[in-house]
Design a protein around this ligand. Structure first.
Ligand SMILES: [Zn+2]
Length: 265
């Protein structure tokens, strides 16, 4: 195994009941449940550790009626990770469910796309259809961190370390980025909300919260170009991720799955 290969984990911290019609522009002809899971991700090898996204707090979960399972930092602790010691956090975008516990990472540097901070603080936030996915206190909190030089901005593609790179996709939000990771099974791509569910990228349909529909659809091609195969793309909110991958230990079943190993099904 090359030194530049990483282990990747998805840590589930919340869930919510939802219907198929909630998840597609234009709705869906089938009346059926389609629950949504919420994750943070971990990328690590002997030398480096990256946390991808920070989830939301129990307060925001209650207000937005999400089923909170555990604080994201408690989920990370199950993998032996102390959030207070984490040095690098990748923020795929600034939506409430991806940035909400940033304050639990007091020693981290946050990696964000230029386009995301511009979008989250600019003219489009006047409109509820674009602002509803953000918590203004999160956005302001990240701006404060910019002034403390704790945010590293990226534009388009950048390599954070050998085998870990960021790729601007846009679409869902103007500055959404995905993460490409070298693993023993090849290049794995953490899509985050570039594809909420497997079904979005497989059928070319779009999640209703979308800034730019064209970029969203182009983004599916970008994911496929970056990943070793479609089986190497990890959607951001699909409960199937918990079924298709194995827990790293019996005690972590239903909480954590390992994404650098081949899927079971
Ligand atoms: Zn989002």
């Amino acid at each position: 195994m090359s030194a530049a290969n990483y282990e990747i984990y998805a840590v589930k911290y919340a869930t919510r009941a939802a219907q198929r019609r909630d998840h597609f522009i234009g709705g869906d002809p089938h009346e059926a449940p389609m629950p949504m899971d919420y994750f943070v991700w971990v990328i690590r090898n002997r030398e480096r550790l990256f946390v991808v996204d920070t989830g939301f707090t129990s307060e925001v979960a209650a207000r937005r009626k999400r089923t909170f399972i555990r604080d994201p930092k408690e989920g990370l602790a199950l993998l032996g990770i102390d959030a207070a010691a984490v040095e690098d956090v990748i923020l795929t975008h600034l939506h409430y469910d991806h940035v909400g516990t940033f304050h639990d990472f007091p020693n981290a540097r946050f990696h964000l796309q230029d386009d995301e901070i511009a979008y989250a603080t600019g003219r489009h936030m006047r409109h509820d259809r674009f602002s509803h996915g953000y918590e203004v206190e999160d956005v302001v909190g990240i701006v404060r961190l910019v002034f403390k030089d704790r945010v590293t901005f990226h534009k388009g593609e950048s390599e954070l370390a050998p085998g870990v790179s960021l790729h601007h996709i846009g679409g869902h939000t103007a500055g959404l980025q995905c993460v490409r990771v070298s693993t023993a099974r090849g290049w794995v791509v953490l899509a985050s909300d570039a594809s909420h569910y497997y079904e979005h990228m497989e059928t070319g349909r779009c999640f209703p919260t979308t800034f730019h529909l064209g970029d969203m659809v182009e983004g599916y091609d970008t994911l496929r170009r970056l990943a070793a195969s479609p089986q190497h793309i990890i959607p951001g909110h699909d409960p199937l991720v918990m079924e298709r991958y194995r827990a790293p230990a019996k005690a972590l079943e239903g909480i954590v799955v390992r994404l650098d190993e081949m899927p079971i099904g």
